[in-house]
Each structure stands twice: as structure tokens, then as C-alpha cells.
Ligand binder design. Structure first.
Ligand code: SAH
Ligand code: SF4
Ligand code: F3S
Length: 448
């Protein structure tokens, strides 16, 4: 990052506030946006009141996420009278486009993620007084947003986006419309970024993509599994994670890479969405329950135990009680270590929005509740099976009140532990910890 005061001393200091909603891709985009703004002479502040420019990096995956953004804009519109400028970035920006200027006339910048490489020029337009600046590239963009000025906040663990956008068009999902066409970076640039991070002291890298394993090297050099292995072999890199994997593109060589390269974490997040082939077909997921379970069998056959997590949507239009039962059944069969479950939310532009949303909200809630309870029981047993085992953890922080250190295992499980050492281990350290106790979502232990 450059210094924060390289702006013209005659002009007042330009400050910005940025709030991020949504997934890890958005979190990482924000790190790149912050780096770009700082490069343009802006300084980040933690309080809206102190900012000249207020930015929201938004999510529209479910209706609630989108509403949050408009509520936030409404709450703060009074600041506009104090001369502050507002910008909406991310998925709601791309989805709603210029309609945002109608709903929130005090907003002067609307930009989707596919246009961030044009941020410097858009900022200049705003500084010159323009009131309706847009970056709304359509799905056709071939470019990815790469910058040397990424403002990573954690000095030990960092994200690298390897593929942007989505071409899968699941019937319920906004992402193909909000993030544009699927496009991968070159393996050369990904590896160069990973090496720079290793040189700067990072030990954990998380490779990101809406469908990270759909990666297709735009130079044609490496497959996704080969890229994983190559990042994992960089000197200094001790952990590599990757998210999110799509079942359709999940190949056996990914499991073989995890087996071969110890730094590749033993965790796969593989969203299933539903355990019923009938619902999967209506969702346009393009795999069946059986094909999904075949991939799970590959993962279970690995030489070291690989933790599995998933995403599930309940109450998709036409999901019968029998379909739902098959999802519950699948939970028992796979034995996930974590499930992110959501009630189906009809979204603009998607094919499913025209299907009758036949399941009433109370029924969706009831199904969600049943699912979460079943899954909690599975996790209670899974986590309890770790008692007595020793795991290497990366230290993530300290909980002084409880005299505990917060650690994370390669399987991505939280392991809070005590130590007999007079000084608590620092964040970013790695050390072995024996598990002494378990909860459905975390482990407790002591350093060995
Ligand atoms: N690309 C990933 C998912 C990204 S979106 C994949 O295909 O697996 C993250 C999760 O949000 C999805 O896995 C899905 O479970 C959920 N989701 C997406 N659209 C949704 C909608 N309209 N209603 C409810 N949940 C949704
Ligand atoms: Fe959405 Fe499907 Fe693409 Fe995942 S694969 S981002 S669920 S359209
Ligand atoms: Fe949300 Fe966009 Fe991510 S819709 S989940 S921020 S890709």
C-alpha cells in the first residue's frame, strides 16, 4: 500500500467509509477497492460521519440481503445534506443499475464488480461533481480485477481470486447476472501473487471463486488441481484453502492433490442445495443425487480424513415433503461438519421467479428448523469424535476473558485452547493442540 497522504496538500483530505455485505468474494473485492482508493489519495475512516465518500459493497443473493442495503441507505441519507457522497458497489448495484438513482437520488456512484478496474476514473468524475456515475458492464466482460494495491487486513492469511463470474445459471440464483461471465486469471499471475504473499509473510492462502474449481487457466498451463498443488508447494505457504467448489466440476484429481500435498487443507465445501434429484433438476444444477454422492465417496476415500461442508436451499418451488425427506437423508449419509441452510428466496431476473413459489413461509421455516436440528445432532457426534486427537492449529486470536487462545484446524474447525506457557502464543503461530472437549460447532483443548 502507498502512504495515505500523497494527495495535493492544497485540497482537503479525502476520506471514505466502506461497508461490505455478502460473501468472501465481496470481502476480497473490498480489499482491492480500498487499496485502489488509497492509491487515489483517499484515507479510510471507521465512521460514516467522518467520511466524504460513503460506499456500500452489496449482496443480493437473498431478498433480505438486498433489503439491508436499502435500509442502510435510508438510515444515512441525512448525511447527504452535509455534502457527503454515496456509492453503491457490488451485486445490488449491478442488479438494480440506474434504478438505484431513482430509489436513492442522493447516490452518485453505482458500480458492479465487473467494472472496478475503472474505479480511478469514476472517482475523478465524482470529485468533479458528477452525480450519476455508473460502472455497469454487461455479462460480456473478459477482464478480471487485479491490482497491486490490495489492502489485506490480516497479515497471515489472505484471499486470492482465481476465477470471477458464473456461467451455470442455476434457476434460483442472481450471481450470473450480477457478476458477469465466468473468467479465469492466468496461473502465472495467480502464482506470482501467491509468491508475493509468501514473501510478505503470509502462511495461509484462500483461493476464491463463485465456482473455484471451474477454473480454466487462460494460458492453458495448469488444471485447477495442478494450480492448487503449485500454490501449496510455494515455500512459506503452510495452508491452502479453496472455496466454493461446484459438484459438476469436482474432479477426482482434486482429492489426489489434497492427498499428495500436505499444505492443502483437509476440508471441501461442496454445496449440494438439495438431496432430491427431482429438485436438483428443477434447480438446473445439472447433477443428480447419485452423481453428488459419487464425489463424496471420492472425498471419503482420501488417505487423510477430509472434512465436508455444504449449502442447502429449503422450500424451492415444487419441493415436496418426500423431496425434503431425501435432503434430510443425505445429511445422515454424508455426515457433514457444517451446513449453511437457507429458505428459498425468489430473486429478480432468475428463471425460478416465474415458478409459483408454492411453499408458504411457515412451511419453509419449519423445514429449515428440522434440518438444522438434525444437522446439529450429526455435528455433535462428529465433533465429539475428535476428543483425544491432536491437531495443528493456526492461532487466530486470544480470548483474554476466558484465558483461551483461539485456533483453527486444517479442517477449518475452531479449536479454543489453554496453554501452560506464561505468554499466550501470538496470532499467526502454528502449534499442536490436544482436544479435550467438544461442542457441535467448536472444540476445546490444551496445547501439547
Ligand atoms: N456457486 C456456489 C454458490 C454461491 S451462492 C454454488 O453453486 O454452490 C451461496 C449460496 O446461497 C448457494 O449455495 C445457495 O445455497 C444460496 N442461495 C443462492 N441463491 C439463493 C436463493 N435465491 N434463495 C436462497 N438461497 C440461495
Ligand atoms: Fe449461483 Fe449456481 Fe452460479 Fe453457484 S453455480 S453462483 S448457485 S448460478
Ligand atoms: Fe452476494 Fe454477490 Fe456474493 S450476491 S453472495 S455478494 S456474489
Amino acid at each position: 500500500m502507498t502512504t495515505q497522504n500523497n494527495h495535493d496538500s492544497a485540497s482537503p483530505s479525502k476520506t471514505f467509509y466502506l461497508e461490505t455485505f455478502g460473501c468472501q468474494m465481496n470481502v476480497h473485492d473490498s480489499e482491492k477497492v480500498i487499496g485502489t482508493l488509497v492509491q487515489q489519495g483517499y484515507r479510510q475512516v471507521e465512521d460514516e460521519e467522518a467520511a466524504d465518500l460513503i460506499l456500500y459493497n452489496t449482496c443480493s443473493i437473498r431478498d433480505k440481503a438486498e433489503q439491508k442495503v436499502f435500509n442502510r441507505l435510508n438510515d444515512y441519507k441525512k448525511l447527504y445534506r452535509q455534502g457527503k457522497r454515496f456509492g453503491v458497489l457490488g451485486c445490488v448495484a449491478q442488479q438494480e443499475g440506474e434504478r438505484i438513482f431513482e430509489r436513492a437520488p442522493f447516490v452518485s456512484l453505482v458500480s458492479g464488480s465487473a467494472s472496478y478496474r475503472r474505479l480511478p476514473e469514476m472517482l475523478i468524475q465524482i470529485e468533479q461533481g458528477a452525480t450519476r456515475v455508473t460502472g455497469l458492464d454487461d455479462r460480456q466482460t473478459e477482464e478480471t480485477f487485479e491490482t497491486e494495491f490490495t489492502a489485506r487486513t490480516n497479515p497471515h492469511r489472505g484471499y486470492i481470486t482465481i476465477i470471477e463470474g458464473c456461467d451455470k445459471f442455476c434457476a434460483y440464483c442472481v450471481v450470473p447476472y450480477t457478476r458477469g461471465k465466468e473468467r479465469s486469471r492466468t496461473s502465472t499471475s495467480v502464482l506470482a501473487e501467491a509468491r508475493r504473499m509468501a514473501d510478505a509473510g503470509y502462511t495461509e492462502i484462500q483461493l476464491l471463486g463463485q465456482n473455484v474449481n471451474s477454473y480454466r487457466d487462460s494460458e492453458g498451463k495448469l488444471s485447477f488441481a495442478e494450480l492448487l498443488a503449485a500454490v501449496g508447494q510455494i515455500t512459506g505457504i503452510r495452508r491452502v484453502r479453496f472455496t466454493t467448489s461446484h459438484p459438476r466440476d469436482f474432479t477426482r484429481d482434486i482429492v489426489e492433490a489434497i492427498d499428495a500435498v500436505p499444505s492443502l487443507c483437509d476440508h471441501v465445501h461442496l454445496p449440494v442445495q438439495s438431496g432430491s434429484s427431482h429438485v436438483l433438476q428443477m434447480m438446473q444444477r445439472e447433477y443428480t443425487r447419485e452423481q453428488y454422492l459419487e464425489r463424496i465417496a471420492w472425498i471419503k476415500a482420501a488417505r487423510r480424513p477430509i472434512s465436508m461442508t455444504t449449502d442447502i436451499i429449503v422450500g424451492f418451488p415444487g419441493e415436496t415433503p418426500e423431496d425434503f425427506e431425501q435432503t434430510i437423508d443425505l445429511l445422515a449419509e454424508v455426515q457433514y461438519d457444517g451446513v449453511f441452510a437457507f429458505k428459498y428466496s425468489p430473486r429478480p431476473n432468475t428463471p425460478a421467479v416465474t415458478m409459483p413459489d408454492s411453499i408458504v413461509d411457515e412451511e419453509k421455516s419449519a423445514r429449515l428448523q428440522i434440518l438444522l436440528e438434525r444437522q446439529r445432532e450429526i455435528q455433535r457426534i462428529n465433533y465429539n469424535n475428535h476428543v483425544g486427537e491432536i491437531f495443528e492449529v493456526m492461532v487466530e486470536g486470544q480470548n483474554a476473558a476466558r484465558a483461551q487462545v483461539i485456533g483453527r484446524t486444517s479442517q477449518n474447525k475452531t479449536l479454543n485452547f489453554t496453554t501452560s506457557q506464561p505468554i499466550m502464543p501470538a496470532t499467526g503461530n502454528y502449534l499442536p493442540v490436544r482436544v479435550t472437549k467438544s461442542f457441535p460447532n467448536s472444540l476445546v483443548g490444551e496445547a501439547v
